[in-house]
Design a protein around this ligand. Structure first.
Ligand SMILES: O=c1[nH]c(NC[C@H](O)[C@H](O)[C@H](O)CO)c([N+](=O)[O-])c(=O)[nH]1
Length: 154
């Protein structure tokens, strides 16, 4: 059998969004875009849960717990890491992406990567619903599609 691809349908797909508060001016827009996309793809309120954490560094462990308890068909991680004066950016951004890769691999659960890692605030705003689109909406679409792919393989 060849040609597996995932439909862009959120029907009966349980999604948990884990969103961080740090840079919440941006993250609120990523969340708005993600929720809007979920509804547009036919997702229902009852199948969507939103979990807030302090910063991007705390996203992976919470995603791991959600995945371990089998509470979601797909997980969407939303956050914004903006390069500041310190090297903190590298550690936070690196730990977020490495941590999420582990969750996805360890629990075989699709994880949408909606964590912005930008050099400055302008770039973050561009990706949170202005000229470069909305990374939250894009990542939601990607995780929905991937859940539908996985369902055909299992
Ligand atoms: O989500 C972010 N957390 C950030 N730091 C906080 C980090 O995620 C943890 O919450 C904190 O270190 C406490 O564990 C950021 N910076 O420091 O720049 C950032 O840009 N984005």
């Amino acid at each position: 059998r060849f040609g597996i691809e995932g439909k862009l349908s959120a029907k009966d797909i349980k999604i948990v969004i884990v969103v961080s508060r740090f840079n919440e001016f941006i993250n609120q827009e990523l969340l708005n875009g993600a929720v809007d996309m979920y509804k547009r793809l036919g997702g229902e309120e009852k199948d969507l849960m939103i979990v807030k954490v302090p910063g991007a560094f705390e996203i992976p462990p919470v995603c791991a717990k959600i995945a371990e308890k089998g509470q979601a068909d797909g997980i969407l991680a939303l956050g914004t890491v903006i390069k500041g004066a310190t090297a903190h950016f590298d550690y936070v951004a690196g730990s977020a992406v490495n941590g999420l890769n582990r969750v996805s691999a360890d629990y075989k659960v699709p994880v949408g990567f909606g964590v912005l890692t930008t050099d400055n605030i302008e770039q973050a705003i561009e990706r949170a619903g202005t000229k470069a689109g909305n990374k939250g909406a894009e990542a939601m679409s990607a995780v929905i599609e991937t859940v539908n792919v996985i369902r055909q393989i299992a």
